[in-house]
Design a protein around this ligand. Structure first.
Ligand SMILES: Cc1cc2nc3c(=O)[nH]c(=O)nc-3n(C[C@H](O)[C@H](O)[C@H](O)COP(=O)(O)OP(=O)(O)OC[C@H]3O[C@@H](n4cnc5c(N)ncnc54)[C@H](O)[C@@H]3O)c2cc1C
Length: 361
């Protein structure tokens, strides 16, 4: 059980590789992208992820790349301030960092002790009692003791070993589109969030430039993951006629080549392992943007590595980590109602609650 293949070099993958290598395993990580991914969504390293990043010695690097956001300014649809809240941001060893920087820092921690194959993907898995035969798009076929899917919401390992995505991925009726603003914001410490019923648009300061997010309720179920023109049309239709900076942001959307678009989804499987194949991070239990997914990915990867190292195995990993994931998944509809209220009444109620929030300024 020493020879482990990990699919995905996002957040969970390099964390798992690091901890497996520390425990005498020989991890190989295969990553579909040719290099660093552009998705700069600010994500969090909090709660159970903090002792893991501390023990990896990466906190100073994470602080270097952390965003400087300290406040969330809630605006109405016309851009008038509703209230201002303190954001958890970067305090103690908890940080908010662009996702791509988090992946890079974790990769840098793991790269000396793990093999990384970029620009490749698993195409087939065949397991027997003693190992897993793996074929790749580019690399030659190889045999591993264990294969782990850390390849995100649309995991190929999950599809090959567990079944089609539609069996495990539940879209919650919200879509998200994010792209770089193309310039730094005038408000480097303020996350600006403007809501109308069923629609949210935000400008989130990141390191070099800000990130725009459109998060909106929609009944669209079929879209082509690779059709950026279609994604832009869906967003433009959803935000037509709205105020504040929306017309300008839609023009920038039209020009961007770096668009992240997906439906916000929950991943729910009855078991995270099948024989010698297991899942971690979003591939196993995605809560998307609504529930500390990156912190859970780090904590889950560490728990999985420990369970493999001490011989307690996948069942122990799952028993421990499900206790962290389940409360987040149960809270997802409440989190969605707070983030993107559906109706005018829902929005007024949310805003009233936000004004009374303990972190209000
Ligand atoms: C808009 C947005 C905002 C978010 N905000 C937050 C936040 O504020 N706080 C928070 O905690 N979380 C947030 N999240 C969630 C967080 O980004 C994820 O939960 C986290 O990145 C999950 O890590 P992961 O390693 O499981 O998957 P990912 O980070 O998605 O990494 C998966 C990796 O696998 C690779 N891959 C995919 N397919 C293949 C393949 N076939 N072969 C090889 N490699 C493959 C991908 O290229 C990627 O590098 C947000 C997510 C989104 C979309």
């Amino acid at each position: 059980m020493r020879n482990v293949l990990i699919s995905g070099a996002g957040v969970a993958g390099p964390t798992l590789a690091y901890w497996l290598a520390r425990n005498g395993f020989r991890p190989t990580v295969v990553e579909r992208s040719a290099g660093r991914r552009s998705s700069g969504n600010p994500v969090d390293v909090r709660g159970p992820a903090v002792p893991v990043t501390e023990a990896m010695g990466v906190v100073p690097r994470l602080r270097e790349v952390a965003t400087r956001t300290t406040r969330m300014v809630v605006l109405d649809g016309a851009g008038r301030p509703v209230t201002t809240l303190k954001t958890p941001a970067t305090t103690g060893n908890e940080v908010e960092v662009p996702r791509a920087d988090l992946a890079t820092v974790l990769y840098e921690a793991a790269r000396d002790d793990a093999e990384f194959l970029f620009d490749d993907t698993i195409t087939a898995l065949e397991q027997d009692e003693h190992g897993v035969d793996v074929t790749f798009d580019n690399a030659r076929p190889r045999r591993f003791d264990v294969v782990i899917g850390a390849d995100g919401l649309h995991s190929v390992v999950r599809r090959l070993a567990f079944g089609p995505e539609r069996e495990f991925v539940r879209p919650i009726g919200i879509h998200v589109a994010t792209f770089p603003l193309g310039e730094p914001t005038d408000h480097p410490r303020d996350l600006l969030v403007s809501n109308t019923p069923g629609r949210l648009v935000s400008i989130h300061p990141s390191r070099e430039e800000a990130l725009v997010a459109f998060i909106f309720r929609s009944s669209i179920v079929d879209f082509d993951n690779r059709d950026i023109v279609q994604h832009k049309r869906i967003v433009t239709d959803a935000y037509a006629g709205l105020g504040w900076r929306v017309p300008d942001l839609l023009e920038r959307l039209e020009d961007t080549k770096d668009l992240y678009f997906d439906s916000v989804s929950v991943v729910d499987l009855p078991s995270w392992s099948r024989g010698r194949v297991a899942l971690v991070g979003d591939a196993a239990s995605c809560v998307s943007l609504l529930g500390d997914g990156s912190s859970l990915a780090i904590a889950g990867a560490h728990t999985l590595a420990e369970a493999l190292a001490d011989g307690s195995g996948f069942a122990r990993y799952e028993a421990v980590h499900r206790t962290r994931v389940m409360p987040k998944q149960r809270a997802i509809n409440r989190a969605a109602a707070m983030l993107v209220p559906k109706t005018r009444l829902g929005l007024a109620t949310r805003n009233a609650a936000a004004r009374l929030w303990p972190g209000g300024l």
